[in-house]
Ligand binder design. Structure first.
Ligand code: URA
Ligand code: SF4
Length: 221
């Protein structure tokens, strides 16, 4: 089945282009068959935003609406993300928005396409795209939306419930803040939803404050 070299497990690495510009990456990712998820999905949903973005936001996987539209975070979770960013004075267009896994994973239930959680091996297979995006954009600060993104960047033991909103340091000097996934806020039980949403906005406020402070410090030089 696989046309990849030897019996090494397939991954996105087999599809990486020689140029790592966002344009070249996006084009190559459109043809990725690094795991089985491309088979059922409509298209690759690559990250979007300027290479100069100071802030990168990382979700889990595109959902049904993203799969159809061809863009990340355009459904209900994306709307909440947009509202929260606007509330803290961050222009989404100035950010780079992507997902850990670039194809919509779903299982049929009747005529519905139910969102499926990516496995560890699918996350690992797709990782070269995320690494290449991180290299190309080199963000000053990264927001991990939910546990999948947080654990991809901060390790398996990271717990969003305990450490959301903390400004942590990544390996290359970048800052990393984990927060709830907006879809988790929307799914929260009625008695929890407003509080979770407030915490989500507060975490993004921390990021906005950090960006503001850093700019001031740089400008002062
Ligand atoms: N949820 C995600 O994690 N990413 C999207 O792009 C949409 C919903
Ligand atoms: Fe490639 Fe990632 Fe899609 Fe798998 S999910 S086919 S690794 S782009």
């Amino acid at each position: 089945m696989s046309s990849g070299p030897r019996s090494r497990s397939k991954s996105a690495a087999d599809f990486l282009p020689s140029s790592h510009s966002l344009k070249a990456l996006r084009k190559a990712a459109a043809a990725c068959q690094g795991c089985e998820l491309y088979r059922r999905a409509t298209q690759t949903i690559f990250g979007e935003g300027p290479a100069s973005a100071r802030l990168m936001l990382i979700g889990e996987t595109p959902g049904n609406q993203e799969d159809l539209a061809g863009h990340p975070f355009v459904g209900a979770a994306g709307n909440l993300l947009d509202e929260a960013l606007a509330a803290v004075g961050i222009d989404r267009k100035s950010t780079y928005v992507t997902n850990v896994v670039k194809h919509f994973k779903w299982n049929p239930r009747g005529r519905l396409r139910l969102h499926g959680k990516p496995t560890a091996s699918e996350i690992a297979a797709c990782r070269p795209w995320l690494e290449a995006e991180l290299d190309a954009v080199s963000p000053e600060i990264i927001v991990c939306l939910g546990a999948t993104a947080a654990q991809a960047l901060l390790g398996k033991n990271f717990r969003v419930t305990r450490q959301h909103g903390e400004v942590l340091s990544g390996l290359d000097g970048e800052r990393i803040v984990a927060t709830y996934h907006p879809a988790a806020v929307l799914r929260a039980p009625d008695d929890r939803r407003a509080a979770m949403r407030a915490e989500f906005v507060k975490d993004l406020q921390t990021v906005s404050d950090w960006l503001g402070k850093t700019k001031v410090r740089r400008a002062a030089k």
